[in-house]
Design a binder for this molecule. Sequence first.
Ligand code: ANZ
Length: 957
Amino acid sequence: MSETNPATAEVAAPHRYTAAVAAEIEARWQDFWDADGTYAAPNPKGDLAGDPGLVAKPKKYIMDMFPYPSGAGLHVGHPLGYIATDVFARFQRMTGHNVLHTLGFDAFGLPAEQHAVQTGEHPRVTTEAAINNMKSQLRRLGLGHDKRRSFATIDPDYYKWTQWIFVQIFNSWYDDEAKQARPISELVARFESGERAVPGGRSWDALSAAERADVLGEYRLAYASDAPVNWCPGLGTVLANEEVTADGRSERGNFPVFKAKLRQWNMRITAYADRLLDDLNELDWPEAIKLQQRNWIGRSEGARVDFPIDGEAITVFTTRQDTLFGATYMVLAPEHPLVEKFTPAAWPEGTHDVWTGGHATPAEAVAAYRAQAASKSDVERQAEAKDKTGVFTGAFATNPVNGEQIPVFIADYVLMGYGTGAIMAVPAHDARDFAFARAFELPIRCVVEPSDDRGTDASTWDDAFVSYDAKIVNSHGEDVSLDGLGVTEAKARITEWLQDKGIGEGTVNFRLRDWLFSRQRYWGEPFPIVYDEDGIAHSLPESMLPLELPEVEDYSPRTFDPDDADTSPETPLSRNQDWVDVTLDLGDGRGPRPYRRETNTMPNWAGSCWYELRYLDPHNSEKLVDPEIEQYWMGPRAGQPHGGVDLYVGGAEHAVLHLLYARFWSKVLYDLGHISSPEPFHKLYNQGMIQAFVYRDSRGFPVPAAEIEERDGAFFHNGEQVKRELGKMGKSLKNAVTPEAICEEYGADTLRLYEMAMGPLDVSRPWDTRAVVGQYRLLQRLWRNVVDEATGEVTVTDAEPDETTLRALHKAIDGVRQDLEGLRFNTAIAKVTELNNHLTKAGAAVPRPVAESLVLLIAPLAPHIAEELWRKLGHTDSVVHQDFPVADPRYVVDETVTCVVQVKGKVKARLEVSPAISDDELEKVALADEKVVAALDGADIRKVIVRAPKLVNIVPA
Ligand code: ANZ
């Protein structure tokens, strides 16, 4: 279609769909939808109860990963997922569902706090300003959110319940027999009655309050402990492992991170390792994400084996107990508590020089090596490629299967936090042990028969032979032999033998660690915890929640010289004395007493661990969530045995932490009877990223993408040629495009269509502002098919649609329905475009039922123009709750074409086939035809020439 000069076009076509018309329509319908409550999803009860007719429908709960309200606002890359869920939600509304779709804000966090540190402005002020800015940006996109259900995690009404959940977790323990969390009071009752022995063997009555608190601390699902943590003096805070880079520095700020022991809150997520793993099977998540969760949880089946030493034992964890006869030395983590105990005063007679590291005594060698290891992160210590370092402790332990005395080393490739912190080393069959044995001239003994031609003399090998599917050799002792067994049988045999002897047992080990749950920050949820004069932690009663953040003078944690490991954290909250030291009556019968508040705050993840529940019942001040309402939206049902949100869309970067933490909290709340769904998100979908072109000048600096000129495939900025590459969109790369800019130029419906048309939703794609106009033209043609551009009158006719139009319409309906259901929005748009083009080409007034169906088809994608045209077509109720068109199957089946089949150049058969049939398919059909078979009469075929769909020519031999 030729472009007309816009100036003259306006005169000739005053009612054309233009950016100005779009702006007017969009603002008007957005106001209407808000005032009308068009997107309000009724609950079965409570203050959001409404329309029982709607509640009787099947529900769909469609959710986005909520945004952090950044001061920079949104660029066009951010709303990709929000538009997608909106299209899907609108489609579900039109196919008979009561749809819950809303969006809140994940608003605690570091950027606002850092801004506060720099400017003294309260983080709440900047955060709320950012929220308001984002809300207006999002409103302009026409997202059909139930705004009554929106909230921010910083709202005291919200974090009251985050704190309340913390209290529930604190006051529960994991009952390994029942495999579920239970109230800690039940455990106390069992200790009191003697039904369960108190660890340490004393009676519960005989313990002091502090001793009892210590015992319970070993069971609580939220507990404080002196834990080795990642202390970052440069940031003044402790970091989770995931926040530390592979080279042992802070992900944010790039400061050194040290191992230190600090009293910290932890969540016992490890108690749920098995359930977190097993329940993944029932979830409709991308396999890649499930795999990442499985790896993170890291379940290993193996054995614990005791190696006797000086009348005691060092216990190792191994997944290869079948290789016990090949263990020629042991390694303890440098921090292992038994190291001192077995380290002799002097090097034993004949100690190898390379084993001592040049130190005069074992104690000296150990101390020096420990200092060196402490400065490295776990990841660095485990790096495969690195040279293996370590030192002999001077001690020998006994290999229990053959009585051999084997030397005990410390080395940093063994981590204290995994297994037992001690290993038996089998250098012939483990790559790390092999490298270590070579470096320290230790014996290497083959016990798994190599499948290649290297032979069984391991002293001649270049690397370890690693196999789980081979025969065990060289493995017989006085009363046990594994020779000739496969790996699996050997594992079973030796485990049984160890168990019989009482020196080992089969065991399962997890890579997952407990979740470090405190931060030395201001802008987070305060802990609902106070300490009494004995230092015992008590949770606050519900009546004291929310515990609001106090005002403070200074928002910064105290930071230190980044390289000074001998420092410890000081929290911003601890500086408000009036808030910290309080007299309270906790309602526990002890009356008013002085307490000191916990001054750490919760980590960023806390607020996003349960927000899917708050959307359900957002104003409930009595309960976390009303059970009936939770059951309605989240409860288990056919195909969703663990319940959960029907569709959760967000970036793949949240594959592990957020999703794992949220799953954990759901399980605890489920165990304690507060909710009916043990999983928060039934179906998960990761949208791709919108990328953008970055233009760099000759010095490599990005120049503003908006100022680039393109000539013959080259790019210029102010006359200078620049280089183009693909990168992230954002301010720093000077290529951010705001949704407002696109809305202004074309309207929100065009922006929505463009983002959805760019490609499959889960694939990343480059933004191209110049291509947006394509979708604008689609909407202009759509408009023109319904509205006369000169008069503004509706042009549809009451004449019956012809057969080809009916076919085009019903094929579109059928395809668009399937595409929207399958989140294939790009192909849905292609089908709508095809139909629209068909109508444009037909050139005549569009029959009313066809026009109406077309408007309904595009309504989920471009809701404003659809609402406008729907009303223009004479309807008085909103397009939002109309039924989505259903295809008439008579018009969907393909018309057929006649295919001529020749044998030796003579026509032998005519077949009715689909015009879309492939050459292969057509050949098969032709060869199977009775008349063709008869004509061939068993002759061999030399050649078949196929020209689908019309001709097949068979040449017999
Ligand atoms: C002997 C052995 C022989 C091993 C062999 C492997 C191969 P996954 O599968 O990841 O659980 N290991 C145990 N604790 C360790 C620690 N704290 N630090 C470093 N390594 C540790 O790995 C289990 C294996 O990793 C264990 O099995 C142990 O080495 C090592 F041919 O024991 B194995």
